[in-house]
Design a protein around this ligand. Structure first.
Ligand SMILES: *Cc1c(COP(=O)(O)O)cnc(C)c1O
Length: 228
């Protein structure tokens, strides 16, 4: 009950933010981040109409994906270790956190073995935090020549996690930076990347104002997690 009420609040906030930004509500997808929450709780969100879910650990996600309806679409939002790629590729329709050329090359190779064309986003460490995964924003343009050589991975966009901040407004400049990097890749490298995955429970409204096409929202839908 609580989950479905929370979900409808989040959906209407997405709607409002999109409209205020002069965008259509359909231009923003909600990824309901179900990590740490049991299948019964996820099922409540499914019953309320949610279809796309985000998980950050492959081993945790696998039994949930098996237990829940096949119509659901699963996104991997966390760091992907290379030894989990083979298991992850058939399970997830989109991998948000591809954070190095080595990982991209490995995904491309494994995808070849499995006969898949995985969709991925490149994670960018916009704030340059030592503790975070991601491509350094200044380096990404220089990598494009190598990135376009992979023939299996479908690179659809960029993803970022801004630094923890006391107020949503603090995230704005990082969201702007991700959008501007995306625009630069399109104009200077002819490498168009339509998807921007940015914004979590506390700052998804600001992210939508700055062009997010996917928001990853956990706590605002499912409540607090016992582990993060
Ligand atoms: C956990 C997580 C989220 C969701 O965070 P909330 O603050 O609970 O909305 C979003 N993105 C990533 C990468 C996460 O790991």
């Amino acid at each position: 009950m609580q989950t479905s009420q929370n979900l409808s609040k989040v959906l209407s906030a997405i709607n409002d933010s999109a409209r205020q930004a002069g965008r259509s509500a359909e231009s923003v997808s909600l990824i309901a981040v179900s990590k740490t929450h049991p299948v019964e709780v996820v099922q409540e969100a499914v019953d309320a109409g949610q279809l796309i879910f985000g998980e950050n650990r492959v081993q945790e996600a696998q039994p949930k994906i098996t237990a829940l309806p096949a119509k659901l679409r699963w996104h991997l939002i966390g760091h992907l270790q290379s030894n989990k790629v083979r298991l992850a590729l058939p399970l997830f329709e989109l991998i948000h956190g591809v954070d190095s050329l080595e990982l991209l090359a490995h995904i491309d190779r494994v995808a070849g073995d499995l006969g898949l064309f995985p969709r991925v986003l490149l994670q960018v460490n916009v704030a340059g935090e030592a503790s975070k995964f991601g491509f350094p924003p200044g380096k990404l343009l220089g990598f494009v020549e190598e990135i376009v050589k992979f023939d299996r991975v479908q690179i659809e966009g960029l993803m970022t996690i801004p630094p923890l901040a006391p107020a949503p407004e603090h995230s704005r400049r990082y969201f702007v930076a991700l959008r501007e990097l995306r625009d630069k890749l399109a104009t200077e490298c002819r490498f168009p990347l339509p998807q921007l995955s940015m914004g979590m429970s506390n700052d998804f409204r600001v992210a939508i104002e700055e062009g997010a096409t996917m928001v990853r929202v956990g706590t605002a839908i499912f409540g607090e997690r016992r582990r993060g």
